[in-house]
Design a protein around this ligand. Structure first.
Ligand code: NAD
Length: 377
């Protein structure tokens, strides 16, 4: 199979979907890899390093999309990339379609088969291709929040860990999954007082064991959230309902319960945001204020540390890339049923129910959409 890797063009995105190690694995399996010139630059990987492992370097995205059968990405395709997708393309990247009806329409109209990293599941229903970036984003969330609490940046002017004789800051993490665990771990390391909220009691049990008394776990009822808000300096929003638009865990009228210049970090912004007042921001302009509360809502947080993130992401995606290249989509779906929920769009139809729900598009069961695809070939 011809596997193409274009340069990421989302603002402030420096990751790349394949490393030289991935090129080597694919070429050893008999596939051809087409890298866009400069695709690895943001992650400190040169074209020559890709070529040394057998990749062919093409001058621009049009050449990559033109020749490739499978296109690998990191972030969701931007409009000029959607315009280059064809019905015979297999696109494998993060998509986050539930809050994005315009992109969903574009992908359906392209006819391409689109597999989203973030909805691929493992044998236990976990999200193996979201997890590495959630680990990175969780750690960044606390770092960024601590920084934004500094007075010159518009924060309250408190140090997360306090000092002898002065109390530590209170950090509230809503959603104790992969992002939440990592955000809380860093906050504990910075010696803040940490409270992790979740609605899954089994998850709270696991966290309680993992934190060994160094953080409190709280069942996330509306009342419990409201009781905590007046005490917190930093809130990290990290909830997820697989593939669906994020639920609001803090509404606008609840901001008035918080201390002035407290900080909200909405990691769930890529699924539409879990605070009512959130809107996506970028690394170059990461924050804005609503009702005296700083909001940090960067939708591609791991993009800030591309050298870490590129390797963490590709370690996880490579086995799936190899399966898709070796077996084709249908063969890979048979070998690993966890790839099935990854297929969000096929044959012009939305094939993943939470995306259909979030966007208002009609849902078509995957097998039906794939039958249509085969028939049209
Ligand atoms: N902004 C970024 O750059 C970036 C990077 C990586 C991940 N993310 C996003 O971060 C979010 C969290 O990802 P994750 O991997 O930690 O997911 P996860 O599935 O591991 O964890 C989500 C947790 O939220 C909990 N939850 C769901 N609804 C809740 C509610 N109403 N109240 C409290 N808890 C609730 C779940 O029980 C679960 O424990 C996702 O939206 C993901 O896409 C964003």
């Amino acid at each position: 199979m011809k596997v193409g890797v274009p340069t990421e063009i989302k603002p402030d995105e420096y990751r790349v979907a394949l490393t030289p190690a991935g090129v080597r694995e694919l070429t050893e399996h008999g596939h051809e890899v087409l890298m866009q010139a400069g695709a690895g630059e943001g992650s400190a990987i040169t074209d020559a390093e890709y070529e040394a492992q057998g990749a062919r370097v093409l001058p621009d995205a049009a050449a990559v999309f033109g020749e490739a059968e499978m296109v690998l990405g990191v972030k969701e395709p931007q409009p000029p990339e959607v315009a280059m997708l064809r019905p015979d393309h297999l696109l494998f990247t993060y998509l986050h379609l539930a809050p994005a009806p315009a992109l969903t329409r574009g992908l359906c109209e392209s006819g391409a088969t689109c597999v989203a990293y973030e909805t691929v599941e493992d044998g236990r229903g976990r999200l193996p291709l979201l997890a590495p970036m959630s680990e990175v984003a969780g750690k960044i969330a606390t770092q960024a929040g601590a920084f934004m609490l500094e007075k010159p940046l518009g924060g309250r002017g408190v140090l997360l860990g306090g000092v002898p004789g002065v109390a530590a800051a209170n950090v509230m993490v809503i959603g104790g999954g992969v992002v939440g665990f990592n955000a809380a771990s860093i906050a504990i390391g910075m010696e803040a007082d940490v409270f992790v909220f979740d609605r899954n009691v089994d998850r709270l049990r696991e966290l309680d064991v993992a934190f060994a008394g160094r953080a409190s776990t709280v069942y996330s009822s509306v009342l419990a959230v409201e009781e905590m808000l007046p005490r917190v300096d930093l809130v990290i929003g990290a909830v997820l309902v697989h593939g669906a638009r994020a639920p609001y865990v803090i509404k606008r009228d609840q901001l008035s319960m918080m201390k002035r210049n407290a900080v909200l970090v909405d990691v769930s912004i890529d699924q539409g945001g879990c605070f009512e007042t959130s809107r996506p921001t970028t690394h170059s302009d990461p924050t804005y204020e609503v009702d005296g509360i700083t909001h940090y809502c960067v939708a591609n947080m791991p993009g800030a540390v591309p050298i870490t993130s590129t390797y963490a992401l590709t370690n996880a995606t490579l086995p799936y890339v190899l399966a898709l290249a070796d077996l084709g989509l249908e063969g890979a779906l048979v070998r690993d049923p966890g790839l099935r929920p990854g297929v969000n769009v096929a044959g012009g139809k939305v094939t993943y129910a939470p995306v259909a729900e979030g966007t208002g598009f009609e849902f078509t069961p995957l097998d039906q959409a794939l039958e249509g695809l085969v028939a049209s070939r």
